[in-house]
Design a protein around this ligand. Structure first.
Ligand code: FAD
Length: 546
């Protein structure tokens, strides 16, 4: 019988161990976990801090005893792997009782990542905590229940936003600090501004485009000092500025790594015979751009762990571990923000030519009660291939991003999106779903029927073109781009001469509320011989982008 030793007993590691047992009743399967808990719901930690998950016990999905009973796994918490000898096929383990050396036939490295602690003066304050373990969540929860009135969250990524939302909902006065120019840096700025507005609606003070320079310790509270001189007093500080693969022990033992992340092949094999790896600790290849970097997400970690067990025990039928789309979602108050595939910056960096459409369709029939917009951004290539999609909204965001993630994985084009036969009844969707509409708009762009201009082109348009606002007079009067001419789209066919005179030979750049009416206007104008274009996403996107 084979002895499989797994290092790391949470997402990738435990998925691997459980699958290995289901494949092979005779294998000896040992899981070594440095921490106190195995199989805990790391993704649930922020929700315990705020009390939405009242008891930390609810995060402990399995215990060594339950795993022994159900799967006959030998799970050993408090076992820190401190050395690897791949030639002798042994790992060296530190435990409270002393050192142990354990032989293996197959070794699976699933050590995950550690939260990064930036080298800030004063960051060692006991009031400053990362959020990675059940112990971290408990400690933060204790500070909340002890009545800490103020919190600073350093880092506005997914975990930082969840922590900030939870702390605000628990009644703390919260400030969120993000070094990048906007929160959720992977999100396009025109969507991130909606998230910022929601954070502010929750009462969270957002400081973006600025970093912390120091944490000053005080008797009753700490003060986080920002580079712009802002001083934020807080009884607790959550550090969520990113994670780094926890691989030093293994790299030192000869496991090939790139910038600290373990290099694996399609089956999770490392450079060392008999050693596999999966999860946050490994390098993934981006599906769209081909860029290599770790993608620290639970879904890919769980699935890759399972696939590594297949690769070890059923190599002939093992499915390759796929490239990474990085599909992710976060709730912030009443909004969800989600993304899949590449964003504009990643496409630019990889030199991938692309088009972008912005849409704001309702999540279900607009005439059905409760309709709310799904703000959608879709990037696609000249050949129609989908490259990335992002969405923000109160409802229906997860469904659209999951459909689009599936479409990217399947290599579908924007034309294929038109044909997707999605579930529809008024409470759930529309006869033309948001995803179908994205396909239609993008296909119109590719076949030349829709020419877009973008919020980023506004200054240029104001300087060189006639900006034509085709909304109603009332909408125009309520706020418009200075210098724009207002001709409602319903009057355009009768007022073309007026537009021609105002344009005086210049191009016409049409805009409306969301991009729908300006598309109609563009069709009228272009068929009347104008050089015209329609603002992608309309005023909704323009306002969010400025
Ligand atoms: P981990 O789950 O981190 O497990 C690795 C384990 O290995 C750790 O318990 C560690 O103690 C142990 N270990 C490390 N080195 C050794 C060693 N030398 N010896 C013994 N044991 C060792 N992802 C999402 O997709 N969606 C979410 O909503 C989401 N929310 C999150 C919220 C928080 C607060 C955090 C921290 C993460 C969240 N994630 C989320 C990320 C997700 O939890 C990780 O991607 C996933 O857990 C990675 O799995 P893993 O098995 O690679 O590593």
């Amino acid at each position: 019988p084979t002895r499989i030793v797994v290092v790391g007993g949470v997402a990738a590691g435990m998925s691997c161990a459980a699958r290995a047992r289901r494949l092979d009743e005779r294998a000896e399967i040992v899981v070594l976990e440095r921490g106190e808990h195995v199989s805990f719901a790391g993704c649930g930690l922020p929700y315990h801090v705020g009390g939405e998950i009242p008891s930390a016990e609810q995060l402990l999905v399995q215990t060594p005893a339950s795993l022994r009973a159900a799967l006959d796994l030998d799970v050993r918490p408090g076992h820190d792997v401190v050395g690897l000898d791949a030639t002798a096929r042994v790992v060296h383990v530190r435990t409270a009782e002393g050192g142990v050396t354990l032989p293996y036939d197959a070794l699976v490295l699933a050590p995950g990542a550690r939260a990064v602690t930036p080298p800030l003066p004063g960051v060692d304050s006991p009031r400053v905590r990362t959020l990675r373990t059940v112990g971290d969540a408990r400690a933060l929860r204790d500070q909340v229940t002890a009545g800490a009135p103020r919190a600073v969250v350093l880092g506005g990524g997914f975990i930082g936003l969840e922590a900030a939302e939870q702390l605000a909902q628990a009644g703390l006065e919260v400030a969120l600090v993000e070094l990048a120019s906007h929160v959720l840096p992977p999100l396009e700025p025109e969507l991130a501004s909606l998230v910022t507005a929601e954070l502010e609606r929750l009462g969270i003070a957002v400081h973006d485009g600025v970093g912390a320079t120091e944490v000053e310790h005080g008797p009753r509270h700490d003060t986080v000092v920002l580079a712009d001189g802002t001083r934020l007093a807080a009884e607790l500080v959550v550090l969520s500025v990113g994670v780094r693969p926890d691989t030093a022990v293994f790299e030192a033992a000869g496991v090939a790594c790139e910038r600290g992340a373990i290099v694996v092949d399609q089956h999770g094999r490392t450079n060392l015979p008999g050693v596999w790896a999966a999860g946050d600790a490994v390098v993934a290849t981006d599906t769209v751009t081909g860029v290599r970097r770790p993608v620290p997400l639970a879904g890919p970690a769980n699935r890759a762990g399972r696939q590594v067990a297949d690769a070890i025990l059923r190599p002939e039928t093992a499915r390759p571990i796929p490239t990474a789309l990085g599909t992710a979602i976060v709730r912030v108050g009443e909004l969800a923000a989600a993304l899949t595939g590449a964003n504009r910056a990643a496409l630019a960096e990889a030199g991938v030519a692309h088009h972008t459409v912005h849409l704001h369709p309702s999540q279900h029939a607009g005439w059905f009660p409760g309709a709310s917009p799904v703000h959608l951004v879709v990037h696609f290539a000249d050949d129609g291939r989908l490259l990335g999609a992002q969405a923000v909204g109160a409802d229906g965001v997860d469904k659209r991003i999951d459909v689009l993630a599936t479409a990217i994985r399947a290599g579908l084009t924007v034309g294929d999106l038109i044909d997707l036969d999605l579930a529809y009844a008024p409470p759930f969707g529309s006869a033309k779903d948001a995803v179908n509409l994205a396909g239609m708009a993008a296909s119109n762009v590719l076949d030349g029927r829709l020419r877009l201009w973008h919020a980023a082109d506004l200054d240029d348009a104001l300087g060189t073109a006639l900006v034509l606002d085709v909304r109603s007079r009332a909408e125009f009067d309520a706020g418009h781009v200075a210098g724009a001419l207002n001709v409602p789209h319903t009057e355009l066919r009768d007022r073309l001469d007026e537009v021609r005179a105002a344009a005086a030979g210049r191009p016409v750049r049409a805009l409306c509320g969301s991009g729908l009416r300006s598309h109609i206007a563009h069709r009228v104008l272009s068929q009347a011989g104008f050089d015209s274009a329609s603002l992608s996403g309309g005023m909704l996107t323009l306002r969010a982008a400025l």
